[in-house]
Design a protein around this ligand. Structure first.
Ligand SMILES: C[S@@+](CC[C@H](N)C(=O)[O-])C[C@H]1O[C@@H](n2cnc3c(N)ncnc32)[C@H](O)[C@@H]1O
Length: 255
């Protein structure tokens, strides 16, 4: 199983190629559309990876602190976006000062946590009153598909195949069992498919854990890829224009 420390170089280079469909043509534009004006804001970039969002936030006039558990990712970020502050830390044990950030962002990072409570508590504590927390995750309803390859074809199935007369059914996908699942990053630009583990959580868990941490949910979004993505990957574009791969949440620490 791949780990972000081993993947850091290939991750950053692939993102820099401008051809990472799921990021540059899908998740990133959706997140940027939702974020408020960052000029003069103090922004926490959780699971900052190689600093790609960090650099965008800096370019929009924010002061940024990037946090990532991967030492290698932080090393790259320090070179790629050197004007930010960085902490190599597990976000479940954040040590940033209390009530110090206007905005926190966690792009595709919470999905690696087995327990969201400590991280949400830490983010809540780090935000000023009225501050916002934006996070994206793989869509809990769709990440649990039965995925397999057969005769050169790739299948991703959720649903059931039922014969009521015989009393038989095959169910594809297991939504309610919260567990580690392996997602394969298949695009040819990553070389051979890379397996990475997400900890699948139900929507019920995600929403109720946010509320229990004290946040108010201000918006929930199921973005679609931008039209330019059709040129990068017509197949992924078609799939992701009909079946969502991501969700974005906008939370607020009440005033
Ligand atoms: C898919 S990458 C996203 C990186 C960055 N947000 C971006 O969009 O370019 C996920 C990142 O989350 C980090 N991560 C995973 N678990 C973490 C944890 N418990 N604390 C901090 N960072 C974590 C990984 O090391 C990785 O860099």
């Amino acid at each position: 199983m791949a780990k972000y420390d081993d993947l850091a170089d290939i991750y950053h280079n692939t993102r820099m190629s401008g051809k990472a469909f799921y990021n540059e043509y899908y998740e990133v534009p959706a997140m940027l559309r939702l974020l408020p004006n960052l000029k003069g804001k103090n922004v926490l970039d959780l699971g900052c990876g190689s600093g790609i969002y960090t650099k965008i936030f800096l370019s929009k006039g924010a002061a940024v602190t990037g946090v990532d558990i991967s030492r290698k990712m932080i090393e790259i970020a320090k070179t790629y976006a050197p004007e930010a502050k960085y902490l190599c830390q597990n976000m479940t044990k954040l040590t940033v000062p209390k009530s110090s950030f206007d905005i926190a962002v966690a792009s595709l990072a919470l999905q690696y946590l087995t327990n969201w409570k400590p991280a949400l508590k830490a983010v809540y504590r780090s935000l000023k009153k009225g501050g916002f927390f934006f996070f994206s995750i793989t869509n809990p309803l769709f990440e649990i598909a039965d995925v397999f390859d057969r005769s050169g074809r790739h299948y991703s199935w959720i649903g059931h195949d039922t014969n009521f007369k015989k009393g038989k059914t095959v169910v594809h996908g297991d939504y309610f069992r919260q567990r580690w699942i392996v997602l394969k990053w298949r695009t040819e630009r990553w070389g051979k498919p890379i397996g990475l583990r997400n900890y699948h959580r139900t929507l019920e868990y995600v929403i109720n854990t946010c509320i229990a941490a004290g946040f108010v949910i201000k918006g929930v979004y199921e973005p679609r890829p931008v039209a330019a993505g059709a040129k990068i990957s017509p197949v992924e574009y078609k799939i992701r224009s009909q079946l969502p791969n991501f969700m974005i949440f906008k939370l607020q620490k009440p005033n």
